[in-house]
Write a protein that binds this ligand. Structure first.
Ligand code: CA
Length: 218
């Protein structure tokens, strides 16, 4: 689902996505986008921040996250670091900075969808750390037995930390391991997601800040 009010950008993105084999729905306005998404949940949402109508992309993101963990890729303006951080805080999974290459956007979309696919059950144990369980095959996190809704990247980060439990990992190691090498974000991307994990999973998550290094789970 593409939510973008600029017709030329929308047409270009749609063209590249269709070329890559995706079916693409398009809305130029937040309310309509939310209606579409509720009626026919897409596999992924590409969301511009400046939109027609009275809802901006942040508000659409916030409302979507209240009820859905669909992957969201934000389109942000160049040099708008605050926008990117706010977007990640609101649960967006990734962002692409305008002007962007449509090919790059398609590559990001594919990477996110690949990660969101459930892995084969036999290869995927349930990792337990503190009072938190990370069920890799179901892509479900549970705190004290209750399922907790996480955004795609939040789950990826939790899984990566759980797979390396007891080890202090630097922010760069986390960026490389979770977001992939070549990701253009900075250390604060990690901090934002750690904050979300702590908020959502609560005291049962033994996630320590290691001064001068980064983070350690368990
Ligand atoms: Ca726009």
């Amino acid at each position: 689902m593409l939510v973008e009010d600029d017709p030329s950008i929308a047409a270009l993105v749609e063209l590249y996505l269709k070329d890559a084999g995706f079916r693409v729905g398009h809305a130029t306005e937040g309310e309509r986008a939310l209606q579409h998404i509720r009626a026919r949940p897409p596999k992924l949402v590409i969301l511009d921040i400046g939109l027609d109508g009275h809802l901006d992309g942040f508000e659409v993101c916030r409302r979507l996250r209240a009820s859905s963990d669909v992957p969201i890729v934000l389109l942000t303006a160049r040099d708008a670091e605050d926008d990117r951080l706010l977007g990640l805080e609101l649960g967006a999974d990734d962002y692409v900075t305008k002007p962007f290459s449509p090919r790059e956007l398609v590559a990001r979309v594919k990477a996110i969808l690949r990660r969101a696919e459930p892995a084969r059950p036999d290869a995927s144990p349930v990792l337990a750390v503190g009072d938190v369980e990370v069920d890799v095959s179901r892509r479900e996190a549970r705190a004290r037995g209750a399922a907790v809704a996480l955004a795609t990247r939040e789950f990826d980060l939790l899984q990566f930390l759980a797979e390396h439990r007891g080890i202090a990992l630097s922010r760069q190691q986390l960026l490389d391991g979770v977001w992939g090498e070549g990701w253009e974000g900075d250390d604060r991307t990690v901090d934002v997601h750690v904050r979300q994990l702590r908020k959502k999973l609560g005291d049962g998550l033994p996630l320590a800040t290691v001064w001068g290094v980064g983070y350690r789970l368990g």
